[in-house]
Design a protein around this ligand. Structure first.
Ligand SMILES: NC(=O)c1ccc[n+]([C@@H]2O[C@H](COP(=O)([O-])OP(=O)(O)OC[C@H]3O[C@@H](n4cnc5c(N)ncnc54)[C@H](O)[C@@H]3O)[C@@H](O)[C@H]2O)c1
Ligand SMILES: O=C(O)C(=O)C[C@@H](O)[C@H](O)[C@H](O)COP(=O)(O)O
Ligand SMILES: [Zn+2]
Length: 367
């Protein structure tokens, strides 16, 4: 078996991120973070048939005293709702989950966000172990403790900061991931280069083909480096009071697109989160250039890289600029003074900017 890579998130509520093939079959590793006797495994209708029986069997073999239950919900962003969250809490009640119980999130970011939020709320907070099965969840959503569900009026509007107790990423699960979801995960990988480290963009340009071909080493390197970038900033700023907001690069635009499309991404006729973020990053880079803050050449380079990774870089038809701007008013970075955007100084360096005139935003949306 290849070596297991480990990234530590430092701090009072620190935890390890373990990355490697076959980890879902490692009973000792899966059961180590479980403190009590109860665990609820939350998953979706695509992931459960592939991995849930085996995870349960593995956990039981390692910890025969565990009482396990499962909550399997339909897949898709449009299911990341208060209603499904409520059902998940009822599953915890049916299990008789005590305060030392654990919620185990087995799936992509939708499952991780909803299960993490249920863990944050059940009895005012129990442990959550993240077992991410998409690339996006391995590089981003399983780390950092942002948990949430969507409202029709906006993405992740109801949620809590609740760091996981452990993150265990079995890279072998990526073999069953649909091509489109692999590419979506790469958008958030590109984000780290865009905001923190231009040399990572060089690396991604050099390894784009290997990543798309699911080369094990290239994927493991991309995941470990992404987790290291994220671990550093969330340890410093767990509640997004400062520069953690850089991780929102492209998201003000991206979330507006997802919301305006009614979270139709996974059903095929809309953009999923990673795709919307890809478009949003290009728009943020172009807005930075339009405001004279960064070079247009950098924005074009970012766009070329995303296109090479098979990601969309333009707003889909049928989304009027004014409607998208209205959606942005509920962005979580906005305050009483108005919208705030994560913009570029240059590739690899970003900052949060207030007071961007609406007409500049509209011009970028309309271009
Ligand atoms: N909390 C955070 O910090 C954070 C960060 C980034 C994104 N997010 C959230 O994450 C969500 C997007 O996550 P996602 O891209 O993982 O989407 P997702 O959870 O919808 O998963 C994508 C699709 O892949 C399927 N799938 C998952 N793993 C699979 C596997 N191994 N094999 C086959 N199919 C598999 C799922 O069933 C689903 O249909 C969004 O809701 C976004 O807001 C949160
Ligand atoms: O961890 C963070 O911080 C992020 O912003 C990561 C983003 O990729 C992620 O999509 C997050 O859920 C967005 O957060 P939100 O606060 O804008 O809902
Ligand atoms: Zn994101």
């Amino acid at each position: 078996m290849s070596a297991v890579r480990k990234v530590e998130v430092a701090g009072e509520n620190g935890y390890s991120i373990e990355i490697g093939p076959g980890l879902l079959e490692d009973g000792a590793r899966l059961s180590k973070p479980l403190r009590g006797r109860h665990a609820l495994i939350v998953s979706d209708g695509n992931v459960a048939p592939l991995y849930l029986d085996s995870v349960e069997t593995t956990l039981h073999a390692a910890r025969p005293d565990l009482t396990l239950a499962r909550f399997v919900m339909p897949a898709g962003e449009h299911e990341k709702t208060l209603a499904r969250f409520g059902e998940c809490l009822h599953a915890l009640a049916a299990l008789g989950a005590t305060r030392d119980a654990t919620v185990i999130a087995l799936g992509g970011g939708v499952i991780g966000d909803l299960a993490g939020f249920a863990a944050a709320c059940w009895m005012r907070g129990i442990d959550c172990v993240q077992l991410p099965t998409t690339l996006l969840a391995m590089v981003d959503s399983s780390v950092g403790g942002k948990t949430a569900v969507d409202l029709p009026s906006g993405k992740n509007l109801v949620g809590a900061f609740h760091p996981p107790r452990a993150v265990i990423a079995d890279t072998a699960a990526l073999r069953s991931l649909p091509e489109r979801e692999l590419r979506a995960g790469l958008a958030e990988v590109v984000k780290y280069g865009a905001i923190f480290d231009a040399t990572f963009l060089d690396w991604l340009e050099a390894h784009a083909d290997a990543l798309l071909a699911r080369d094990d080493d290239a994927l493991a390197e991309a995941i470990a480096r992404s987790c290291a970038y994220k671990a550093e900033v969330v340890a410093r700023d767990p509640f997004e009071r400062g520069d953690r907001a850089m991780l929102n690069f492209g998201h003000t635009f991206g979330h507006a697109i997802e919301t305006e499309q009614g979270y139709a991404g996974t059903s095929g006729d809309g953009l999923n989160h990673g795709e919307a973020v890809a478009v949003g990053m290009v728009l943020a880079a172009r807005l930075s250039a339009a405001l004279g803050r960064a070079s247009l050449a950098d924005a074009e380079r970012l766009q070329r890289l995303l296109q090479r990774l098979g990601l969309p870089t333009a707003i889909p038809p049928g989304l009027p600029p004014q409607a998208l701007l209205a959606r942005m008013r509920l962005d979580k970075k906005a305050d009483a003074a108005g919208l705030r955007f994560v913009l570029w100084d240059r590739a690899g360096a970003a900052r949060i900017v207030s007071g961007v005139p609406d007409q500049d935003v509209l011009a970028v949306l309309a271009a």
